[in-house]
Design a protein around this ligand. Sequence first.
Ligand code: PHE
Ligand code: CA
Ligand code: ZN
Ligand code: ZN
Ligand code: ZN
Length: 288
Amino acid sequence: APDIPLSSVKAHLSQFQTIATNNGGNRAHGRPGYRAALDYVKGKLDAVGYQTQVLQFTSNGATGYNLIADWPGGDANQVLMAGGHLDSVSSGPGINDNGSGSAALLQIALTVAEEDLAPQKHLRFGWWGAEELGLVGSNNYVNGLSSTERAKIKAYLNFDMIGSPNPAYFVYSASGAPSGSQALQELLQTGFRDRGVEPDLTALGGRSDHAAFARAGIPVGGTFSGAEGTKTAAQAQKWGGTAGQAYDRCYHSSCDTTSNINDTSLDRHTDVAAYAIYTLAGTGQQTD
Ligand code: PHE
Ligand code: CA
Ligand code: ZN
Ligand code: ZN
Ligand code: ZN
């Protein structure tokens, strides 16, 4: 699996920051900054050969959008999906929450294209709208699939907050969601251990966009660098950072800017995401 360059992921975060700054300070559902961020991601994907779809829904009286990007090829009956939410809260630009996961997924998708990857499974990425209004976009997507289409999705990986300034290295626990998967948990744990990090498990329940997939019986997994929770002494010992302080003191605040990112966390979580996506998709890389 590729080592995704941190600088490329951070370049996307800078673009999300600029988009927010130019659109009233946020990328929130129903605001112009959301659509501008979606157009940025879509433009990058269209340029390298993804088949993209903008799926509309209505929430709270405003139009919302999910962006779905399919990489052509692979077994159409075996879909591997990875996603994260692209909207921010209205109080800030949402660079860690969830510019970080959105940018990582974008750069992984661009790397797949750059490598002309021909995975065994069909690979699909999703950027969800209106997560911050209650997981609206991802619920809308899963509920809109026919049972046949739903059954083709063999796994869903979620990335929501992966660059927290006082970071955690959490893997979604197989027992923490209705459809948590032991295999996905172990794969993501292996990804961190291969990079010299011993992750902790976190029981997420229904706090992010994996929830709709889990309820539909699709195996789910993901990684997370922490939000309003407090880093323990044991975590500071093994991961560095500051015990007794929040993983992200700017969670849902105006200070969730490009300054609110720990580079090491963003780099490691992104590389683990790429490792899991490549492994699960079954990648026979072309040699041309
Ligand atoms: N979904 C939460 C948010 O966007 C953040 C979160 C992610 C919390 C993962 C717990 C686990 O605000
Ligand atoms: Ca990297
Ligand atoms: Zn949030
Ligand atoms: Zn989030
Ligand atoms: Zn080629």
